[in-house]
Design a protein around this ligand. Structure first.
Ligand SMILES: Cc1ncc(COP(=O)(O)O)c(C=O)c1O
Length: 472
């Protein structure tokens, strides 16, 4: 395992607030089991699920998925048609497939990664031939720093590259983008931010202007709850919290103009809402984009990815067991863990100068009474330690060695190979002083203990830093 992988599953008294995995007690084993029985007990469904799958995914899965997405994002069953979605082997594999189909290192200039970045995306871009061409783009309070990105895209335009586009076009790649912009705009990993609608719209326009494809990992969208504890956790979340925050793909679709392939793709996954071992997800985008994506070479040879598992997911969606699991198990559990952890951060860490840095709050409009509800969600929160202290990597090393506590620290979120990203991390107020805590793995008690251990480790660092200062 690399230092970025989250380390071993914590044993004994150790606490791991880095691991971005759902705890096994949250896996919907019995409803998954019921779906496997339904699919495999019938000769017709067993046959169609055990054979090579259609390249876009099975029709039953795509119909169930598109209706489900439509209900959640639009509160209408038919706003997303099956032609806009295809099956994938989860977010990571889909990113690889997107790069295979829609980029060419001879033509595509840069990969723009929102920083602090989801570090495990870096090797996927490297594998696709973009080593040395990944560039960080900072986030402001509302999301991606649009001015920074525009200036960099302008600069890239004047650089020019040797183009192999003609070659790729003649060999059956219908659309190759000049740039990729990679982001997690809702309950971001690692920043915890949820981008404003205005930033989302401006990003889509920018992507159109510069022939960029925005790959949006929308893997945490369904896990949301009211920030305010006084708001009762709704029995019908879709109504009480309104639709999910609009994705970039929804905005791209709604805005006039644009090319037929679109400039955004939504990368969805069942990893965080069912279980990561399922290795199944979906992509949503413009019809032509999805049709082209499904023609990736590995699918041509092997059929639709994760076909059997997608049949089980289709059944969980259509029987309602997936929504039941999300609404009755995941959301109440994560919400309770989140609130417990945040209260402990407030009491233990804020007095030490630590700030919660998850950007401008995002409000959703309740469909029940049109009230504004501030929403929280996902797996992570982001904290920043005071600037006069050493970077959070020092705190992380000390917490691991002395307190049995692991968490993800600023240096991990740099964009690999981008000197500018490192500089920004180390600048005053930079993300080198940030850290990411996850509430998905441990239960509430351990989360609170973890935050207390973090406070102890921080106090020790503060004392030694003050001691050094006083003695200097
Ligand atoms: C932003 C983001 N994208 C993708 C993934 C991985 O998704 P999958 O398990 O579907 O490959 C994760 C998991 O931590 C993630 O946080």
């Amino acid at each position: 395992m690399s230092k970025y992988s989250g380390g071993a599953i914590p044993a004994g008294n150790d606490i791991n607030l880095q691991l971005g995995w759902p705890s096994p007690s949250l896996f919907p084993s019995s409803s998954l089991n019921a779906s496997t029985k339904t699919i495999l007990s019938d000769f017709a469904t067993a046959s169609s699920s055990l054979i090579y799958g259609p390249s876009l995914g099975g029709p039953a899965f795509r119909t169930a998925l598109s209706t489900w997405l439509s209900n959640h994002y639009y509160r209408k069953p038919d706003n997303i048609t099956p032609s806009r979605v295809c099956v994938t082997s989860g977010g990571s594999a889909a990113l690889g497939a997107i790069l295979s189909r829609f980029t060419d290192p001879g033509f595509t200039q840069y990969i723009w990664m929102v920083e602090p970045t989801y570090f495990l995306a870096c090797p996927i871009f490297q594998d696709a031939g973009f080593t040395g061409r990944m560039r960080g783009v900072p986030e402001d309070e509302e999301g991606i720093d649009l001015e920074f990105l525009r200036a960099e895209l302008e600069k890239a335009k004047s650089e020019g590259t040797e183009s192999t586009l003609k070659k790729t076009l003649s060999t059956g790649y219908p659309k190759v983008y000049k740039h990729i912009i990679y982001c997690v705009p809702t309950f971001s990993n690692p920043s915890g931010k949820t981008w404003s609608i205005s930033h989302r719209e401006k990003l889509v326009k920018l992507a159109r202007e510069f022939d960029a494809l925005v790959v949006s990992d929308d893997v945490y969208d369904f896990l949301r709850w009211p920030e305010d504890l006084a708001t009762d956790l709704a029995t019908d979340l879709a109504t009480d919290l309104g639709p999910l925050p609009p994705r970039l793909v929804d905005i791209d679709r709604a805005l006039e103009g644009g090319n037929t392939f679109g400039n955004t793709v939504s990368n969805g996954s069942f990893s965080k809402i069912v279980a990561p071992g399922t290795r199944v997800g979906w992509a949503e985008g413009a019809e032509e984009f999805i049709a082209a994506m499904a023609k990736v070479g590995v699918t041509a040879s092997g059929g639709g990815p994760s076909h059997l598992m997608s049949c089980f997911m289709g059944d969980m969606i259509s029987t309602g067991s997936l929504d039941k699991h999300i609404n009755e198990k995941l959301i109440p559990t994560y919400s309770a863990r989140y609130h417990g952890m945040m209260a402990t951060i407030k009491s233990e860490l804020e007095p030490l100068g630590v700030k919660v840095t998850v950007g401008k709050p995002f409000f959703s409009t309740s469909a029940k009474d049109s009230s504004e509800v501030q929403i929280a969600g996902g797996f992570f929160t982001s904290l920043t330690i005071p600037d006069h202290l050493p970077p959070s990597s020092v705190l992380a090393a000390s917490a691991l060695a002395n307190k049995g506590l692991r968490f993800a620290y600023g240096e991990m979120f740099e964009v690999v190979g981008d000197a500018g990203s490192k500089e920004r991390a180390n600048a005053p107020g930079g993300f080198g002083h940030s850290l990411r805590l996850c509430w998905a793995w441990h239960e509430e008690d351990k989360l609170k203990h973890g935050v207390k251990r973090l406070a102890e480790a921080l106090r020790e660092i503060q004392e030694s830093t003050n001691g050094i200062k006083a003695g200097a």
